[in-house]
Design a protein around this ligand. Structure first.
Ligand SMILES: NC(=O)c1ccc[n+]([C@@H]2O[C@H](COP(=O)([O-])OP(=O)(O)OC[C@H]3O[C@@H](n4cnc5c(N)ncnc54)[C@H](OP(=O)(O)O)[C@@H]3O)[C@@H](O)[C@H]2O)c1
Length: 254
């Protein structure tokens, strides 16, 4: 129960890595308020946790819209009277090279992966600065620095998120607010399965890629990522800010 009674907001908790993070945080005693656009998945996960006597609430929100970011953070604060943690997990990763990326796609990626976290942090800071305490975790990728040729906008968005992480870490630690980053290697999430399905590949085919691409030979799981979040959100890391926990099994992008 390393997060007992902490109020933690998680964006994109309806599926994939985010759903794993929600489950693990709730299991550690946190009251988890999580967002996503999919009402059915969100309500079903909240009900699953309630059956286990864990504390969680789903709030339908599109993180690419600033008003939804604000409403989501307000909901978390309303639920517990404060906000102890925020995990910026929601993200999209379409595979388009720079020449193939049109304005709509670019805006979609940037709104979800950069603008969403920026404004969620802005609103959370309002409360965390006052509380003189708070922990923000941004879910990053090995692609933040250069990235694969067919993930141009995505790679750039994670680069911006990385800068945002270090910006907040440096400038708000004086108010007791910490901000850290988890580098995700490769997780066969709902989004990854969907992406490969469009290329005519199934889960078994994807699983075969681990031996070739990941030095550990094993894909990471949502729970692997969640455990790194638990450390950053707990008081065990009270002096840790601007840090990166790399959960990649040795996998590196250019
Ligand atoms: N899977 C990997 O190998 C990998 C590697 C590196 C980094 N990551 C990062 O890990 C994070 C999670 O990825 P994942 O693989 O778990 O993806 P996923 O299975 O597609 O799940 C993405 C989550 O984000 C939510 N989301 C997407 N757009 C949203 C929006 N506009 N508003 C609110 N929620 C939104 C989705 O909820 P709704 O559909 O309900 O809106 C869903 O809960 C992302 O930031 C991704 O970049 C993943």
């Amino acid at each position: 129960m390393r997060l007992q009674n902490k109020i933690i907001a998680v964006t994109g908790g309806t599926k994939g890595i985010g759903a794993g993070i929600v489950r693990i945080l709730a299991g550690e005693g946190a009251f988890v308020v999580f967002s996503g656009r999919s009402k059915t998945e969100g309500e079903s996960l909240a009900a699953e946790l309630k059956r286990k006597n864990q504390k969680a609430g789903f709030f339908q929100a599109d993180i690419s819209k600033v008003k939804d970011c604000f409403a989501f953070i307000e909901k978390a604060v309303e639920s517990g009277g404060r906000i102890d943690g925020l995990v910026n997990n929601a993200g999209i990763f379409p595979t388009f090279s720079l020449p193939d990326t049109n304005e709509d796609l670019y805006n979609q990626v940037m709104s979800t992966n950069v603008k969403g976290p920026f404004f969620a942090i802005q609103r959370a800071l309002k409360y965390m600065n006052e509380q003189k305490k708070g922990s923000i975790v941004n879910i990053g990728s090995t692609h933040w620095r250069v990235g694969p040729k067919d993930m141009s906008a995505y790679s750039i968005s994670k680069g911006a998120l990385r800068t945002l992480t270090e910006h907040v870490a440096l400038h708000y630690i004086g108010n007791g607010v910490r901000c850290n980053w988890v580098t995700v290697g490769w997780v066969i999430s709902d989004g990854e399965i969907e992406k490969f399905k469009k290329m005519g590949k199934d889960r078994a085919w994807i699983e075969g890629l681990a031996a070739e691409h990941i030095p550990s030979g094993i894909f990471q799981t949502p729970e692997d990522i969640a455990h790194a979040c638990v450390f950053f959100l707990s008081d065990e890391s009270s002096q840790v800010t601007g840090a990166d926990i790399t959960v990649t099994g040795g996998f590196h992008s250019p």
